[in-house]
Design a protein around this ligand. Sequence first.
Ligand code: NAD
Length: 484
Amino acid sequence: MTKVPIAVAYGDGIGPEIMSACLHILTEAGAQIEPHVIEIGEKIYLQGHTAGITPEAIETLRQTRVFYKAPITTPQGGGFKSLNVTTRKLFNLFANVRPCVSYHPFIETKHPGLDVVIVRENEEDLYAGIEHRQTPEVYQVLKLITRPGTERIIRYAFEYARAYNRKKVTCMTKDNIMKLTDGLFHKIFDEIGAEYPEIEKEHWIIDIGTAKLADTPQQFDVVVTLNLYGDILSDMVAQIAGSVGLAGSANIGPNMAMFEAIHGSAPRRAGQNLANPSGLLHAGILMLVHIGQPEVAERVHNAWLRTIEEGYHTYDIYREGISREKVGTKEFAQAVARNLGKQPEHFKPVRYTQEGGPAKVIAIPSYERINRPQKELIGVDVFVEWLPGKPQELAERIQAALPPSMKLTMISNRGTAVWPNTVEETFLTDHWRTRLMSKSGTPITHEDVITALQAYRQAGLDFIKTEHLCRFDGEDGFSKGQGE
Ligand code: NAD
């Protein structure tokens, strides 16, 4: 078998120790890999590369298309961009897959039997990083949810469930509040879910869903959710499984994949042969399956389970009375290497091969653009900065200036409608949304929007942004004000 080139980064802090330990195990297990070492992280940030990675390293990633990454330290202070977010976006790594399992009775947990895979959308949502300070009092971040991005992650979750014989996929959103964005995610979950009749489907509102998942994780199987919710959920589930030191994650894109532990560089533990390499090893196992070496993945995983059963534990999972010996990073890796070829006795052996054949490859069809709906511009939200005053006063200033084709229908402050109906108690900031609609009900033009803005300028109103109000095939593409 020819060796598969992979980019390897040793990272910062405990990174180099755990990466050496993992590469030792993978090589001993017979992994056919050819590591190409790249430098990323703290040193590179401090050389002035704001994302912690050099153009040469990016080129190596483009060529190898597989990235095995140890944790890095992000220097304190402003101006540094997250290396992970940069890599995910540069290489379109849309799916973040994090299997979390508890290892009772060998690793302490309140949840024996926890076995949950979090599939998190990895590129969209609030992580687009589009933020603005709009007024002295108000800051904004844009939450972007797209149909292509959502279809892809939902389909990935169902295909993953099918490939790994998972019985249920749970979707979590907050669509009772964010009806358009989270609503789209939920709607596409229902649409695509219908193509997988053999898989049980359910939807939870993220708040109660998180509570349920923390309380009875045994009731969950695969969970698919949006980027921010998934970020929080996946750390929570890894922690309640036993330790954040144990889980690995895969960041998957159409042309590239990145594999890493979920924990950070733990600088206080660095250089002492203390750290647990298990999270990075689990990431390595996911990588082996991805590059078509599932039988090696199986050997490594089963040897690791056997080592945990035997009680060779690093300090973070060591428990008097349960563990046999507290071992360092290197000794742990040696114990796993010794167990290669052995099966666990307490835990069920892991199988990545299907009836002796290769693991199923999860292929997502490329996005097919839907027929573009008919779009009509029927109004505009003009946001203005205005020192807190009476909504009626603002309304009168706008109404006096507006061109005859437009009417003011609503003013809101922090999303709550405060005009035409005003509740005295509502707290007001300096950031107002004023909703203008076409008077006749017929579509308006960009010219009308510009005329309206000129009217605001003449009225001395500081407009800070506009949002067009459109109908798509007759359906409103905007939300109402709270209380409107
Ligand atoms: P951390 O995950 O490094 O450490 C949190 C706690 O877990 C510490 O007590 C640490 O000792 C322990 N721990 C973590 N990994 C361990 C392991 N393998 N074995 C034993 N104990 C382990 O989180 P942090 O302290 O918040 O962050 C430290 C640095 O890591 C920061 O610079 C942060 O930006 C970075 N970080 C990087 C990544 C990444 O590269 N993917 C992820 C998270 C944090």
